[in-house]
Ligand binder design. Sequence first.
Ligand code: BES
Ligand code: MN
Ligand code: ZN
Length: 501
Amino acid sequence: MNFEIQKRSLLSVTQGELDGLMILWPAATLPDTAAKDPISRLLAGACKKGDFELKPNCTLALYAHPEIKARHVVVVCSADNTPAAVRAAMQAAWSCLKSFKIKHLGIHAVGECPAHSIQAALVSLAEATYSYGTTLSQPKLRSLKQVQVSLASVQADAVDSVAYAQALISGIEVAKEWANRPANHATPTHLAQAAQNIATGRSFKCEVLGPKEVAKLGMGAFMAVAQGASEPLRFIVMRYNGAAAAQAPVVLVGKGITFDTGGISIKPAPEMDEMKYDMSGAASVLGVFKALGEIRPSINVVGLIPATENMPDGLAVKPGDVVTSMSGQTIEILNTDAEGRLVLCDALTYAERFKPKAVIDIATLTGACVIALGAVRSGLFSSNDPLAQEIFQAGETSGDACWRMPLDDDYAEGLKSKFADVANVAGRAAGSVTAAKFLQRFAKSFAWAHLDIAGTAWRSGAAKGATGRPVGLLLQYLVSAAKTTPQKSAKAKAKVKPKSA
Ligand code: BES
Ligand code: MN
Ligand code: ZN
């Protein structure tokens, strides 16, 4: 899908060569009966007859109107032009158009439309037109190719928001693709190949470690999870250097369990297929890197992905086994199904070497987080107030929201072990918090935050599939962070990209 933005009047969009046209009409704007453009006049008439109401998400569909070039037209009322209203209106409008083969769509926003709302409109259109196809013999390809956004007046930030949306959508779709793929099409080796494909070109690096290197590093917790799997583990290190080398990077750590059976503490059969999305944290890191390549912000970012399956096997780790993590702390593995924290703790220790500005881990970590927050907000855990605030704000701005959870030390009581420094599980109470308390032990030497995305990365039921969250939140956080850090010098920039005469 390709986006462009233009300054156009409501009259001029009706003259555009388009297959479909969507008009976003704010509820507070009364259509003018005597307007020059046919849409205002039509709408005024429909309102008068009681056939259209200026109420949020009401739609009016037209076909082959003699005064409008686009064959399919939908007027949709948006409450106001805020991001949330525009998102809802777009969904309503697209449901009127989705059965037609529309290649070139126009979206015209009537009145003021802030940059964030334009972004929200495009992201929500991408969401509505996405379909997974990789393992289907006859995938439904997206027919929509070109989207032309138009407004009566186009500010510079609107142009930026379209470019940003384009990058964000490619990131979201990378994340969806990998989380949706069945585990036999998304092994640790496949993830590493994907990382290498994304991290090509200027300012990128990618290094993939295998079982030997990981053993050498002493990642005993990660290796314990992987020892039951026949698929070899991978530890993926991605780097994006958009700023001076001296600038401390943000490290993103994504849980990459390509399938979680639970191991010897095996999960029940119903819905176990959904545990293919237990690498959604990793998928979100891949998605963010994809988008970074398109936006190219002045910031340094490291992506770390510990990837393995969690399988039951004769060689699998057993409940009660004690292993030594890379940090030196010993861990009693009381439940092999609490494997996410085991792969993450070694990745967190590995993150120390980057002297990071901040480390954010992203994980489908606990069923308890689904119970606590559902599919609406991701769980945010952080011992660092400013970092927590920035991440929370990025969630609000992007519409990919999270909610801060507590980290009182009293929650760590249940993790005490007689046989090791720490146990990998506590009781059933506050399961998402005790998981975070476990991780916190390995994140003492930097500003750290943890996002539990078990509820938000995946949709169950009829619309089953990956959501691409929290790519929107992470990208927003990184781009905001880039704005508050010094830029590369003009000279350094010129060296990378010479200006054409
Ligand atoms: N990947 C699961 C968490 C999960 C559960 C994600 C449901 C999405 C939906 C994780 O590895 C896990 O199994 N966690 C256990 C922890 C427990 C053994 C302490 C859980 O949440 O039940
Ligand atoms: Mn598990
Ligand atoms: Zn898991």
